[in-house]
Structures are given as C-alpha cells and as structure tokens.
Write a protein that binds this ligand. Structure first.
Ligand SMILES: CC(=O)SCCNC(=O)CCNC(=O)[C@H](O)C(C)(C)COP(=O)(O)OP(=O)(O)OC[C@H]1O[C@@H](n2cnc3c(N)ncnc32)[C@H](O)[C@@H]1OP(=O)(O)O
Length: 393
C-alpha cells in the first residue's frame, strides 16, 4: 500500500476511541459502549498509539503500554507491551501492518517488546520469537489432598482493599520469574472492571509467620451442578514457596468445588503438591510470550549466562539493521566482535532462545538455524526456571 498508507501518532481521546473501534472491528467485535470506553481510556498512553490512514480514514492500529520485564538473572528492563494490532478487513494483505510494525519498532523507547499473538504466523517476520508458553492444568478437587498444614495465614479481602493492595503486591512479589512484567494503570482498570462484572470474584492474600503479605490469589467459581462448582484461578502470585503452597492448600480445600483450572508455568511443580499426582491433568500448552529484542546489544547485556566456552552469534535483523552483526557471548557478558561466527540466526529466533524456553540445538534440529558449538550456546543460555508471565494483555 506504499504511497497510500500514512502512519500517524494519535494524541486525543476521539482518535483513541476510533483506534479502539478499528481494532475491535478487526477482531470481529463491536465498538465500545460509552461505559466500556471509560474502562479502556486509561490504557491509552501518550506517544505510544499509532494508526495507519488512507487519507482521513483510519485503517490500521497498534499501540504499546509502558511496562518492565524480568530477564534471566533477575534484572528488570523497560518493556513495551504491544497490543490492539488490527487492520480493517477491506485493507488487509496490502502491507498496512508491515508499515505499522516498521514505524513502531523504529520509534519504541524501550529495548524490548512482547505481545500475545492472535495467530502464530503473523509476528515472526517482524522479529518476534515465541519465547514462553503456559500450561493449562485441571485439578480434581475431590481427590486433591495436600499433606500438612499451612505455615502462614490466608485472608479474604474485599474489592476496595484488592484495588489498593494488589498493584502494590504485584510490584513486590510479581516480578521475580523471567517473563513477568510490570502492570500499567490501564491493565488494572480492565482487571477491576472484569472483577466487578463477575460478582463472585474473590481475592485472598497470604501472609507469612512474620505477618507480611507475600502472595495473593484471585478466583471465581462457575458451572454449579450437583452442589459443585468449577473454580478458575485468574491471578496467582507469590514471593516464596510457603506462600505458593499455602495458597494451593486454600484452593484445594474449598468446599463445593469439583475442579480447579489454572494456567501455570511449564515447570511449576503442581503435581508434586498432591499425595496423588494424577489429580493434576494438563489440558493444554499454549504460546504466551512473543519476544522482540529491539536493542539487541542492550538486551544481551541485560541477562546473565551459564558456564561454557564463549560462542559467536551472527545476527540478522531485517527491520532494525543496527542490530546486525556478530556478538561474542560468554559467561562474563557480551561484546560485539568481527571474528568468525559459530551460529547464524535471525532476530526472532534469538528472541525464542532468550528466555531458555527453547534451545539452539532444538532450533538447529528443525533447520531453522545453522551453526556449530550448539551445546556451548545451549549451556550459556540455559535457565533454572522456565519463563512465564501470567499477565494477559
Ligand atoms: C498483539 C495483537 O493485538 S494480536 C491481534 C492481531 N490482530 C488480528 O488478528 C485481527 C485480524 N487480523 C488483522 O487485523 C490483519 O490481518 C493483521 C493485522 C493480522 C495483518 O495485517 P495486514 O495489513 O494484512 O498485514 P500485511 O499486509 O502487512 O502482511 C505482511 C505479511 O504477513 C502475512 N500475514 C499477515 N497476516 C497474516 C496471517 N493472519 N496469517 C498468515 N500470514 C499473515 C501477509 O501475507 C504478508 O506476507 P508477505 O509479506 O509474504 O506478502
């Protein structure tokens, strides 16, 4: 659509509302009502909203939310959460999204971006790699026995208290695992609204023996049948193993609950909690984090590495050529070099291995990358914990 599509930064509320409508239409949803719009508005952050225009008509959208991201080793880096990507159905497959992505990536203030993809084939070409997945598990609550008692205390809080406490608790306990992100004001506004719609949404907070709050759980029940419910855990964060285990004890001992459903990290050891590990069944594994390394040198420096001999990676980045080049990765850090490369790969696949959800050897087996010294690269990028975000946007 060269020559017709113009990308503009949107600045006022009327444009933001049109932006939401164009995106929602692309998703086959209707425009927001006045009431819905009041909930959506706080998610529009100045300088982060882009739209494609054909003359005066808005035909495509994208935006980002300012956030933070935990990388392997525990550092927190500024992060753009990308959302509301849509192109009007009468303008698709003419390069509108390509123009939006180009502009967005070249103007982002953050060194890294992530998104949740509606389809698996859209974002690789723009340098996003599938970097983390979640596992949906179902627990048979009737047979779910956890031996022993709680070490701390769980208390139920009302909605007003949750509105104040959860953002603070998330800052304190919800940004420890690689892949977890800071939540922005608009995210909390949507979460509050969803909870007020579901009148039976409940939040409990955990405190340890010292009395300090160190975890929380938000859940709701549905599907009442034969006096039993299905319980969905919608938000669950903790600072330590005791808080995690105590909150699971609470959930598994709730009366009138038949099944518990929750999305967890691939390596969360839920089955080991229960006397009978078969009470936990994996229903699905699905992609969660699509990661775009925007400033590759900075992001490679931000994470830590395992011990192995150094490896030189030659990187190609079609949309951000400043990232092109060779990087020598060693346990002590990363530097740009001119020497011969061991492994050659595009930026989306560097995103895929960045959190350690997949490995260089696995990608080489599929012929997606080529190279030698793959096991050294695997050891350098190996992580003790699988990535998981747990914040949907
Ligand atoms: C983070 C989020 O918000 S996820 C939500 C994403 N939005 C949606 O799914 C809403 C419905 N879909 C849409 O709005 C549009 O189809 C979009 C945004 C996915 C794509 O927009 P388009 O303007 O058609 O993309 P564009 O024309 O730039 O396509 C670039 C390339 O990607 C390919 N492509 C685009 N969308 C898809 C897709 N859904 N499946 C497969 N290939 C695709 C195109 O074929 C094209 O390939 P080419 O360069 O080899 O010719």
């Amino acid at each position: 659509m060269a020559g017709v599509t113009e990308i503009r930064v949107l600045t006022d509320e009327a444009q933001f509302r049109a932006h939401t409508s164009v995106f929602r239409r692309a998703m086959h949803w209707g425009p927001p009502t006045d009431e819905q719009w009041q909930v959506v508005l706080p998610s529009y952050e100045p300088d982060r909203v882009l739209a494609a225009f054909d003359g005066d008509e808005m035909i495509g959208t994208t935006q980002s939310y300012g956030s933070s991201l935990v990388v392997p080793g525990g550092a927190l880096v500024p992060h753009a959460a990308i959302s509301r990507v849509g192109v009007r159905a009468d303008y698709t497959r003419r390069g509108v999204l390509t123009a939006l992505m180009r502009e967005q990536l070249s103007t982002l203030p953050d060194p890294v971006a992530t998104l949740r993809a509606s389809e698996g084939r859209i974002y690789g070409r723009f340098g996003y790699g599938l970097a983390g997945r979640w596992r949906t598990v179902e627990v048979d609550a009737n047979r779910a026995v956890i031996a022993g008692e709680m070490t701390g205390r769980v208390r139920m809080i009302d909605q007003d208290t949750a509105d104040k406490l959860l953002p603070e608790l998330h800052e304190a306990v919800g940004r420890t695992r690689p892949g977890q992100i800071g939540r922005w004001a608009g995210w909390w506004a949507r979460a509050r609204d969803r909870k007020s719609e579901a009148e039976n949404s409940v939040t409990v907070v955990h405190s340890g023996p010292d009395g300090d709050d160190d975890g929380f759980l938000t859940y709701k029940a549905s599907g009442y049948e034969d006096f039993k419910h299905r319980m969905s855990i919608e938000d669950f964060e903790w600072a330590n193993d005791d808080a995690w285990r105590d909150l699971w004890i609470y959930a598994s001992r709730l009366d009138l609950v038949d099944k518990i459903e929750i999305d967890v990290a691939l390596d969360e050891p839920v089955s080991w909690l229960f006397e009978d590990p078969r009470v936990v069944r994996t229903k699905d594994v699905f992609d969660e984090i699509w990661l775009r390394l925007v400033d590759v040198p900075r992001m490679l420096q931000a994470r830590t590495y395992g011990s192995a001999d150094p490896v030189v990676i030659e990187l190609r980045d079609r949309l951000l050529p400043a990232n092109d080049g060779r990087y020598r990765v060693s346990p002590g850090g990363v530097e740009r070099v001119e020497e011969q490369a061991d492994i050659t790969m595009p930026v989306d696949l560097l995103g895929a291995v960045y959190f350690g959800d997949t490995t260089f050897s696995q990608l080489a087996a599929t012929k997606r990358i080529a190279g030698t010294r793959l096991s050294d690269a695997d050891a350098l990028f190996a992580v003790p914990q699988k990535p998981y975000c747990g914040t949907f946007f």
